[in-house]
Design a protein around this ligand. Structure first.
Ligand code: CP3
Length: 351
């Protein structure tokens, strides 16, 4: 523990910008369908029941950590989880599907902004259980939430979509209602992430998965101010804040101003370029998750390229987005071994 009560792990040091001797490693979507041990539980209980049952959610959170000896555990849940407390009904098939998409002012006005204690209390119990299970291990626990704009994307569109044209049209047609919606989602996200930190999350990641749908002016109007509000409101907790936008190279200048310690970089943007775009931040990423389908020797080369590009600042190894469900666990294990075997101090002297 440090003076502030923070556990001193490799993940924490890298998140704080330290040039660690090796890069800590975890994966987005590390818990889930690529693991046989997950599929067994899913078969028995179903996704939603697992998320709502702390014993099961904690078990699924820990599965990949045990199997791969990762440096961080990410809470097993979903970005849509807190929305039930706002009065929104969401099902999964396999992605989120809403009984009733939100489009009208009346619907947005009807959304509840609950007290912190009413937002997914089972998540807080899960985090407590995960922290307890990892109390004697140097594995950090990451909480997360969806960015307001990404949550609004699903709420308005009603489900996943290739182009989300319904949502994009809505922003243009009803900007006032959109801002009302985003403001409510922002309030709830602040309360939700704060509760996660109080329940034991040692870092938090804000997923702006659908940021890349927008041009810069639209993102500056509807995305950035709300992300800034969320991240700023968490500052006093002193935990590392990780921000991810997917497919959003056109938004880098906007994103560079966000108050966070770590930028998670998607696979399309070279890490070396991200270093200059985001000075003073730690970088997380950014191997293309499809690289795990390449032959082992190709995977090793690709991993090494990412590790070399990550030298020169804090680097948390991860993928550029989530693991695909058909990924072979053997390949994931090979990747973990390659990352653990990469000595950043030695390589730094060599370049
Ligand atoms: O990363 C992890 O291991 C933690 C668990 C996690 C899930 N969802 C579990 C899940 C996290 C961090 C999320 C966040 C999430 N959910 C995001 C942001 C991350 C990203 O991918 O950018 C988004 C956009 C969602 C919405 C969502 N939920 C989608 C699109 C889907 C379908 C996913 C798919 O691969 O088909 C879900 C369902 C979901 N969330 C599953 C899991 C393990 C699949 C459920 C199943 O087993 O059927």
């Amino acid at each position: 523990m440090t003076a502030a009560g923070e556990r001193d792990t490799l993940f924490m040091r890298a998140a704080r910008g330290e040039q660690t001797s090796r890069a800590p490693i975890w994966f987005m979507r590390q818990a889930g369908r690529h693991l046989a041990e997950y599929r067994v539980l899913k078969e028995q209980y179903g996704f939603e029941r697992m998320v709502h049952t702390p014993e099961l959610a904690a078990e699924v959170t820990l599965q990949p950590v045990r199997r791969y000896k990762l440096d961080a555990a990410i809470l097993f849940s979903d970005i849509m989880t807190p929305l039930a407390s706002m009065g929104v009904e969401v099902r999964f098939n396999p992605g989120p599907v809403l009984a009733e998409p939100l489009r009208s002012e009346r619907q947005v006005e009807g959304l509840i902004v609950p007290d912190a204690g009413e937002i997914a209390p089972f998540v807080m119990r899960t985090l407590g259980m995960v922290r307890k299970a990892l109390a004697n291990e140097a594995v950090s626990v990451i909480g997360f939430a969806g960015a307001p704009l990404t949550l609004a994307t699903y709420l308005v569109e009603g489900s996943g979509s290739k182009n989300f044209e319904g949502f994009r049209a809505f922003l243009g047609a009803a900007p006032r209602v959109a801002h009302q919606l985003l403001a409510k989602l922002t309030e709830v996200t602040i309360l939700y992430l704060g509760a996660q930190i109080e329940a034991g999350a040692e870092a938090v990641q804000l997923f702006d998965t659908w940021a890349g749908l927008h041009d810069e002016p639209t993102y500056r109007a509807f995305g950035l101010p709300y992300n800034t509000r969320v991240l700023k409101a968490l500052e006093h907790f002193g935990v590392p804040r990780i921000f991810l936008a997917v497919g959003a190279s056109q938004l880098q200048r906007a994103i560079a101003g966000l108050p966070c310690e770590v930028i998670s970089v998607d696979w399309r943007m070279p890490l070396a370029e991200a270093r200059s775009c985001f000075p003073g931040r730690s970088l997380q990423g950014n191997l293309d998750p499809a690289a795990l389908f390449a032959p082992p020797e190709v995977l090793a080369v690709r991993a090494r390229e990412v590790l070399l590009a990550g030298l020169g600042g804090g680097h948390i190894f991860n993928l550029g987005h989530g693991l695909f469900r058909d990924t072979a666990p053997d390949q994931v294990m090979r990747l973990v071994e390659a990352v653990r075997g990469f000595d950043r101090e030695k390589e730094n002297q060599g370049v």
